[in-house]
Write a protein that binds this ligand. Structure first.
Ligand SMILES: [Fe+2]
Ligand SMILES: [Fe+2]
Length: 198
């Protein structure tokens, strides 16, 4: 599958007009890493490109707009998301992607939905986006480079590494852990130890 160049150009224009220059650079970095990882691990590159471009498309929308979009589309909003509507940006992105750009790929949407927290069940595209979002070259932390190298060799190990890093950061900041992150982490620790035992 290849993406329609006009559709990609329209998404890029929207991103350049709706994101800060730093976030725009982040998204372009995520695309670059997602394409590299997709190629390396046999994941559809067109889907990886779309997921990367769309994952933060509403990241800078105001809280009331995110909550409004969620409500209009019948999305269940939990108490964490009510308090921190930014948590919704990955789940709301598919609505905007469908309405504005005619994207209708549920595999791509699943990847955007779980790109911040991870999920108990993550397909290859979910993993590529989750890891690429964390380790693209403009990320300032040194762990990004390590995770990029690990992900080239072992994508699933990189997923768990990213989950651990994010959890540690949340705990150090004394912030609440979203239940999706918590459940995802436990499931992936379990999965990895089962895989190692095999
Ligand atoms: Fe995000
Ligand atoms: Fe991102």
């Amino acid at each position: 599958m290849t993406n329609d160049p006009d559709q990609i150009a329209r998404i890029e224009t929207y991103l350049s007009e709706n994101l800060s220059p730093a976030r725009f650079r982040h998204v372009m970095g995520v695309r670059e890493v997602a394409l590299t990882l997709a190629k390396r691990h046999g994941v559809d590159e067109a889907q990886a490109e779309l997921a990367a471009l769309l994952h933060d498309c509403v990241k800078e929308r105001p809280n009331d707009e995110l909550l409004g979009l969620a409500k209009r589309h019948g999305l269940q909003v939990d108490k964490h998301e009510q308090q921190m509507p930014d948590l919704l940006h990955g789940k709301v992105a598919p609505f905007v992607a469908a309405e504005r750009f005619g994207v209708n790929d549920e595999t791509v949407f699943d990847a955007t939905r779980c790109h911040s927290t991870g999920a108990v069940e993550m397909g290859p595209l979910d993993q590529v986006l989750f890891v690429a979002d964390f380790c693209e070259p403009s990320r300032p932390y040194t762990a990004a480079q390590d995770v990029r190298e690990l992900a080239e060799r072992d994508l699933e190990a990189a997923v768990l590494e990213v989950m651990q890093f994010k959890l540690r950061k949340t705990l150090l900041k004394k912030q609440p852990v979203h239940p999706d992150s918590f459940h995802a982490y436990n499931a992936w620790v379990d999965k990895r130890s089962r895989d190692e035992a095999d």
